[in-house]
Design a protein around this ligand. Structure first.
Ligand code: ZN
Length: 273
């Protein structure tokens, strides 16, 4: 598979304090694969397109607030990388992309943000993919925190299948709007893998797969899941099989622990190279 990683050193310098320390160690864990030519590295940049998408997805008031907080540049650069990755995947230049970020996206809605998220990178990518003619997109969010921003932006669009794993309780399925939420509490590897198997064992119709991956789900990181690298390798293997040749876009989400970042991202990428 042609695997691309989107990374900018600014993510670990100007990124959100909770999230930024894991970025460089996680990226560095891939260097042997980069040197061997099995992973291509792309450095994102912000251009007119990212600005256009930002203004389509977010209200001016949110953009002003993020600017005031000092996270405008790094958040836009993060989202720009995700958009570039989506474009390269859709153009057939890559089969899998993994996007590092300096700030996360899934808690950002049109006019509200919280939880280390500022601009909704996945929603910006969806808007871009639509411009490129992609109709049906699946988003699987395995960050243990509920992706409320993404749901708020895309939940009413039945052409976006939005699946959330979260650390609450209970399943909620809305087949009409294609929103599916799975509360798996303080899931361990076996519970997580069972649920992934269950969800990916069903028939879903989509053209492009986005996976929102937070390693705050690791037992040594700050989220409520208690997963290990076994779950990440398993997830990657299942995603590869599940997508069956369709473009796969991984977006980094929560996670703070540099040691976990190093092993978690490696565990994912390893399955695709
Ligand atoms: Zn999270």
């Amino acid at each position: 598979m042609r695997v691309g990683v989107f990374y900018h050193e600014d993510f670990s310098v100007y990124g959100y304090p909770v999230l930024k320390d894991r970025v460089a160690p996680a990226f560095n864990s891939l260097q042997d694969l980069v040197k061997a030519g099995r992973v291509m590295v792309f450095t994102p940049s912000v251009g007119e397109r990212a600005l256009h998408l930002l203004n389509k997805v977010h209200a001016p008031s949110l953009i002003e607030d993020v600017t005031r907080e000092g996270y405008y540049e790094v958040s836009l650069l993060s989202a720009a990388g995700v958009v570039e990755a989506a474009e390269k995947l859709q153009a057939g230049e890559l089969d899998l992309a993994f996007c590092f970020v300096g700030a996360a996206g899934h808690h950002a809605s049109r006019d509200h943000y919280w939880g280390f998220c500022f601009f909704n990178d996945a929603a910006m990518a969806v808007v871009r993919l639509r411009e490129l003619g992609v109709e049906r997109i699946m988003i699987i969010d395995v960050d243990p925190h509920f992706g409320d921003g993404t749901r708020s932006l895309l939940g009413s669009d039945p052409q976006v299948i939005h699946i959330n794993f979260h650390s609450g309780q209970g399943d909620k399925e809305d087949a009409e709007s294609n929103n599916y939420d799975y509360g798996i509490g303080a899931a361990d590897d076996s519970l997580f893998m069972d649920k992934i198997n269950e969800v990916m064992g069903r028939q879903w119709e989509y053209e492009f797969l986005i996976v929102i991956f937070g390693h705050d789900s690791h037992f040594l990181d700050y989220g409520a899941f208690h997963l290990s690298e076994l779950s990440y390798s398993f997830l990657a293997r299942k995603v590869k099989e599940f997508a069956a040749g369709k473009p796969i876009l991984f977006i980094l989400s929560g996670g703070s622990n540099p040691e976990v970042g190093r092993t978690a991202v490696r565990a994912i990428i390893q399955e695709f190279v």
